[in-house]
Design a protein around this ligand. Structure first.
Ligand SMILES: *Cc1c(COP(=O)(O)O)cnc(C)c1O
Length: 324
């Protein structure tokens, strides 16, 4: 099951679904996106990862054959009030330690009884989500708890995000739920995408639109956060936080100009950022700039900016022209 929430991690929902059309399922958040997939002709399982939010979504789930996570008793109450029969496929989410969504272990037997005998429910899949699959702590505790809680039931199971899929084969079960790895980024801090054999899908690129010669003591950009200690050449790049480049990326964040690595300078503004051209006399107006992607792993840029690749990819804004 390909996780394509958040506009396929910023890559474009329908385009990514087309590329991944052989996936047996898609997982996302928004019922309108799920309906758009159905209307575009996708026939596989489509799972709503937070389930339904209001009772009036229930007929849509039935009409479009969408599967829904069920994580809370308020959703059970809405199901009880729902009159249709034999139409819904639900994924019972069990909280095994993440403490975000899901029923508590001690609630599982009663909820499972209820769902299995519920007239509106056709099929139940059992799922959980790991809090530490990408960390040294791993999945052992949650995995054991989940196995114990679900051993008595004949139902498909789903546990693994990208990190668990890559590192813990014991978590694979009937459905895996990779997200970030599909887009070519590593879920781990201690293993690069390249080491995992993953290639970046998204490259964020722009161009240098102006070049300046700074003198020692000149500062750059808002608040003069960067000040030159000698004469230097800088480039102004047409990309800023309104495109999704992180404003908190400090001076020194890596960037490629003409395929060579240099660094950002000073504060990122809404539509522009500045780069050091000190070591690249050939760089000029029109030089190609890569902010992340091919040749510059998004994880590295994220690390420099104090965030993760997921956030950078999802943050890409609608004004950025995309070519596939
Ligand atoms: C987002 C999400 C995933 C995918 O996680 P990655 O770390 O991107 O692989 C899997 N399962 C659930 C429930 C999610 O919310």
């Amino acid at each position: 099951m390909a996780v394509i929430k958040a506009n396929a991690y910023g890559h474009g929902l329908l385009r990514v679904a087309e590329v991944l059309e052989e996936a047996e399922g898609f997982a996302l958040l928004d019922v309108r996106d799920a309906i758009a997939l159905r209307e575009a002709g996708f026939r596989q399982t489509i799972l709503l990862l937070e389930g339904f939010f209001t009772a009036d979504e229930l007929p849509l789930l039935a009409q479009y054959e969408l599967s829904s996570v069920i994580h809370s008793t308020w959703q059970l109450a809405m199901l009880d009030a729902y009159p249709r029969r034999g139409t819904l496929s639900v994924w019972l989410k069990i909280n095994t330690g993440m403490n975000r969504l899901g029923f508590l272990p001690e609630q599982v037997p009663a909820v499972m009884e209820k769902l299995k005998s519920h007239p509106a429910i056709r099929e139940v899949t059992l799922m959980t989500h790991f809090s530490h699959a990408d960390e040294p702590e791993g999945v052992a505790e949650q995995l054991e708890l989940f196995k114990g809680l679900t051993a008595a039931y004949r139902a498909p199971r789903s546990l693994a995000n990208s990190a668990a899929l890559l590192r813990y084969p014991a978590t694979h079960a009937e459905w895996v739920r990779p997200g970030i790895m599909l887009y070519g980024a590593s879920p781990f801090a201690d293993a690069s995408a390249q080491q995992l054999g993953l290639q970046p899908v998204m490259t964020l690129g722009s161009e240098i639109i102006a070049v300046r010669e700074l003198q020692a003591g000149d500062s750059v950009g808002y608040a003069g956060l960067f000040r030159a200690d000698r004469a230097m050449r800088i480039g102004i790049v047409a990309c800023g936080y309104a495109d999704g480049y992180p404003r908190h990326a400090p001076t020194g964040t890596p960037v490629l100009v003409n395929g060579r690595r240099t660094r950002t300078l000073g504060r990122v503004s809404m539509d522009m950022l500045c780069v050091d051209l000190g070591e690249m006399p050939d760089a000029d107006v029109g030089s190609r700039v890569i902010l992340w992607g091919a040749g510059l792993p998004v994880e590295e840029v994220a690390g420099a900016a104090g965030t993760i690749s997921y956030e950078l990819m999802c943050a890409l804004t609608a004004r950025v022209p995309v070519s596939y």
